[in-house]
Design a protein around this ligand. Sequence first.
Ligand code: SF4
Ligand code: SF4
Length: 346
Amino acid sequence: MSVSKLSKEQFGQFVDAMLAADRKVIGVVAKDDRFQFDELQSASALRLDYDVTILPPKKYVLPQIEPLLQFEVGGGAQSVMNYEPMILLGVHPYDLVAIRQMDELFSQGEYDKHYMDRRKQITIIACDIARPSKNIFASSMETAVVSDGYDILITDIGDAYLLDVATEKGHALMSYAKALAPAAAADIEKRQAIQEANRTGLNKHKLACKPSYLPKLMEKAYNHPVWLEKARLCFSCGSCNQVCPTCYCFDVQDQVNWDLKTGQRVRCWDGCLLENFATVAGDHNFRKDRASRFRHRLYRKAKYVPEKIGGQIACVGCGRCITACVADIANPVTIYNRLMEEQNLG
Ligand code: SF4
Ligand code: SF4
């Protein structure tokens, strides 16, 4: 709706004012030589110059372990639905695209009230990428820059931040900002230059086709030898699932307390690369071999999820799986490009 400017000192004061007002702010902080989203205690800890976080901000949108209901023998069950307001500060565009995809997936068909009620409490302050990570390929996936989906978008233009306030939630937060000035035409030009550079330059791995071609490519590749070749090296550790901003599969478990009368039902992250992911009643596992699990992850990203959400590819090019995979086989670009080269051999 409008673009404003704050000096870096004023921006720190803006964040500290939110914290002083007891707003829960989740921001990016350093963890040794890497970065993570964590609850902020002070603006001084915020690192908007980060390259990539170890885990994506999905851990706040879809927590690793989430109570769904509490039960008591003879006393019935009550849903757990008390979600507190939260500000997610510093979300990179590719992670924002992933959250937008989850918003669609959890609200269509079976409306997921737990996810959606929590999501409505979250205000997202996105942040243009200031430093590329070693494995990013967001430019290939067309997720390096966003024009919507955030409440506020901030861009580091050197001596100041520009704040693009897009929603009522975003405007409400601006009451914490002092000395807010409208961005000058020269500032907007700087922002455009940064975004244009990111649109094409965040590409440590280059996809050999447009992402929109991937569902078509996958139609031909189901029996390609690459799945078996790569899967021979796979440890089934599930790290590629856990670090992925678009992986949202979960398991539901009942946990009974020591009193054997009360307990809770929780959902927790699951991963399609894990050996027991597809185990069902009777101990039947319909994806028992590693190759079928390895293939499934790539098909889910490039074919199955796009079929549900209007063609959007469920890989946003963050590169986290490439970094996390100890066997060095998880890079989606390597696999898609190989299939492109050999697309008549599948
Ligand atoms: S598949 Fe890998 S690169 Fe793509 S979004 Fe998931 S973690 Fe990021
Ligand atoms: S991170 Fe690598 S080794 Fe682990 S499950 Fe994924 S592909 Fe296999």
